[in-house]
Ligand binder design. Sequence first.
Ligand code: FAD
Length: 462
Amino acid sequence: MINKRVDLTDVQITHLKSLVTGQVSTNETILDQHGRDESAIPPVRPSAVVMPQSTEEVSKVLAYCNAEKIPVVAFGAGSSLEGHVLPLFGGISLDLTGMNKVLEIRGDDLLVRVQPGVHRMALNERLASSGLFFSVDPGADATLGGMAATGAAGTTTVRYGSMRDNVLALTAVLADGTVIKTGRETRKLSAGYDLTRLLVGSEGTLGVITELTLRVFGIPEKMAAAIVRFNSLDDGVTAATAIVRSGISIARCEFLDAKCIKNVNAHDGLNLSEVPTLFFEFHGSPQGVAEDAASVKEIVEEFGGSEFEWTSDEGARRKLWQARHNAYWAGIAANPGKRAVSTDAAVPLSKLAEAVTVAEQILSKHPYPFSILGHVADANFHCFIVTDPAKPQELEDVRHITHEITMKMIGMGGTCTGEHGIGSGKIEALISETGAPAVQVMRSIKESLDPNNILNPGKVFK
Ligand SMILES: Cc1cc2nc3c(=O)[nH]c(=O)nc-3n(C[C@H](O)[C@H](O)[C@H](O)COP(=O)(O)OP(=O)(O)OC[C@H]3O[C@@H](n4cnc5c(N)ncnc54)[C@H](O)[C@@H]3O)c2cc1C
């Protein structure tokens, strides 16, 4: 069992070099790049970075690390937000970005096969000429392997689902080097335990994903966007939940509070009214999107929504959604030198307005700048709280505040994380949410697949 930092010997590094055709690096800059994620959690360097080029090489590396009891932390784009990629016990960072081939595009089957290091934007650039797109869109340009490993979701989840819905099959390497294939290229499957969904969201603790078969969709004939303003946070969020209940087909529905809008205005050179705002997107036929937008307008007006604007102009739609996607970076840019802590609770739909109000009340009692935004159609929202990395006490304080918010959300029947995952940041919250017996089942699965605990130790459980 790994319980202290492991630094590799020269002999081990030389042996690893013989197992892969890609780089094995101990260069300090490269170690630093692999020792942090996008969270405010202080970095931890790996002892070496290993860059395999194939499933076979990953298998050889894991078999060797298992025999030598060297921790292995898979690394995609490093955009995760809960310390997921930090090698808490040293060992190697296994960088999968060299495995970045789109292996097959099968339009007739509406699926693609990719290696784990393909970035989601690169995949969509490749798919566009086939009239297809991959729908899951976390704000960062993450890798498909990392997105599967965190169970990522995004702005289009309300319509197209998250990684849990869109990964059909996987190739993965277990801790001892065994290669397994899970799932099939079918749209339905009822054969045995669902190992695909066990690996999706397992955060690199059960296996290393080396190939993914993903569902893709036809690019809609027409896409239109709309925005609408509200007097209060509560009105905006309540309107969003009413739209979801109405069954109107929305492709995206996102909420930004007044502070977020101020930040994106400054960051993206926009001039949006600085009030709570809902952003929508509609996909379908030209007539269908116009009808959906008109139905949404009617509902939001019942909740005091005003200045409803909609556009089917492609440039304007892209600009608006780019601003939404930049909200995180806009928040950082507004606070130079600072880092952010993001909550990620999701609650039952009927509790969303209360949940957002409770979170805002808690945050308002403290001195840290914050804003609130979210995938409100999925009743999942983020409190974005700014902290100074030069003052570690601040981070600890903010962590206490976010834990308090998270516990309130769990008390409302919600989850501590709708999409970011547990990492090292939400271990206690997982126990509170799921209960010790269920966490013990998870631990038994981990112990059975990775008895030496080499795969991303210190994540999901202590
Ligand atoms: C601005 C911003 C906005 C974001 N918005 C969203 C959002 O809307 N929705 C959302 O879900 N997330 C969001 N995130 C978080 C992040 O983008 C996702 O968690 C993403 O899925 C991480 O992918 P990655 O390639 O960066 O993985 P990494 O950060 O490199 O790794 C994440 C985890 O997956 C493991 N892993 C990586 N590759 C593999 C592999 N091949 N096999 C096994 N395990 C692996 C790692 O060990 C680690 O535990 C956002 C982040 C930022 C910075």
